[in-house]
Design a protein around this ligand. Structure first.
Ligand SMILES: [Fe+2]
Length: 130
């Protein structure tokens, strides 16, 4: 079931990073606790998220984005929270009706891509149009 779709409003103006975001959205849409392969999908999401964060941070370094440190802090906090949920899932599992993971992922992802990532996109655009 598709919950969220990537839209142009989410574009950060860098094709590779937009593609990362599309893929992250696609991966979260495909995540269901009741699936036998949940843990593999969740692990894959965590790996992909970490590699995306690295790509994004490298881009921000390259363009000299002044908000990089706080952006990185947000990425780290997200990765920590997801790791903690993975640990909890491994230890106790989650009920099918438990929406915490999905709610957290969507709230964070939408807020991050639509607000925080748009800040560097706007900064970069303004710098190039000076
Ligand atoms: Fe980001």
């Amino acid at each position: 079931m598709t919950v969220v779709q990537w839209t142009e409003a989410m574009s950060v103006g860098v094709e590779a990073l937009d593609n990362d975001h599309k893929r992250l959205i696609h991966m979260i849409n495909g995540l269901h606790y009741s699936d036998a392969g949940f843990i593999e999908l969740f692990n894959a999401l965590l790996d992909y998220t970490n590699s995306h964060f690295e790509r994004e941070e490298t881009h921000l370094e390259t363009i000299g984005y002044p908000g990089l440190a706080s952006h990185r802090t947000q990425h780290d906090a997200f990765a920590d929270k997801v790791s903690a949920m993975l640990k909890e899932y491994r230890e106790n599992g989650f009920a099918d009706t438990d929406q915490r993971v999905a709610d957290f992922l969507w709230t964070w992802l939408k807020g991050h891509i639509l607000i925080e990532d748009q800040k560097y996109a706007a900064w970069s655009k303004a710098r190039h149009t000076l």
